[in-house]
Ligand binder design. Structure first.
Ligand SMILES: [Zn+2]
Length: 204
């Protein structure tokens, strides 16, 4: 991965980490505010049975794995397997990743499990769901080298020659000449597209 892409991706990842830290602090701050209101109005304490509500509120960021986006260590590795799981595995992945109302509304979602052998942290699975299926089939292929930055949802593939730019924040594809992801508007820093664009200009 070239220096410029690396710098850009680190910056993008840091921006995401800051966003998740703010979300985390907002939820915790709001919980303490609610508790303060509750305590001053009713004299109720944190240790009262009704205090369980505040405990649950404090757990919300952990339930949505916000802490993982903030504290996860970066890793690097090679794609070992792209798997189409059987139906029982598929439902277990879906129920782990999505709330029931979402699943009721989006029936027939498909799942791919991409296993990466990392250099330092053993095997890691990347779960791709629904519309992201294109990713599993075309973005991650066995033998590709990938790199995961904390704060970014998906590892960046820096050996692929796919003719689209990949957004590691939301997992969408955009045209190579776009600067921003057309779904989430984050900067598109695809190490590969830097290599493709100069070639395109030369031939014009
Ligand atoms: Zn995006």
């Amino acid at each position: 991965m070239d220096e410029k892409s690396l710098k850009g991706l680190k910056k993008l990842a840091l921006g995401q980490q800051i966003k998740y830290i703010l979300i985390f602090l907002a939820i915790v701050g709001f919980t303490f505010f609610l508790y303060w209101v509750y305590h001053t109005k009713t004299g109720g304490k944190f240790t009262d049975p009704s205090g369980i509500f505040f405990v649950i509120m404090l757990m919300v960021p952990f339930i949505f794995k916000v802490h993982r986006r903030i504290f996860e260590l970066p890793w690097e590795g090679e794609v070992k397997r792209v798997k189409d799981p059987d139906s029982s595995e598929r439902s277990s992945y879906l129920s782990k990743s999505y709330a029931l109302p979402f699943l009721m509304k989006n029936k027939g979602l498909d799942v791919r499990v991409v296993t990466v052998a990392t250099t330092t942290r053993g095997n890691r699975d990347i779960i791709l769901v629904g519309d992201e299926i294109g990713l599993g089939d075309s973005y991650y292929r066995v033998g590709d080298k990938v790199r995961k930055f904390p704060g970014l949802k998906y590892p960046v593939n820096y050996t692929t020659d796919r003719p689209e730019a990949f957004c590691p924040v939301c997992g969408s594809f955009s045209r190579l000449d776009e600067d921003k992801c057309y779904i989430c508007k984050h900067a598109l820093i695809d190490p590969e597209r830097k290599r493709i664009i100069p070639e395109k200009i030369e031939t014009e």
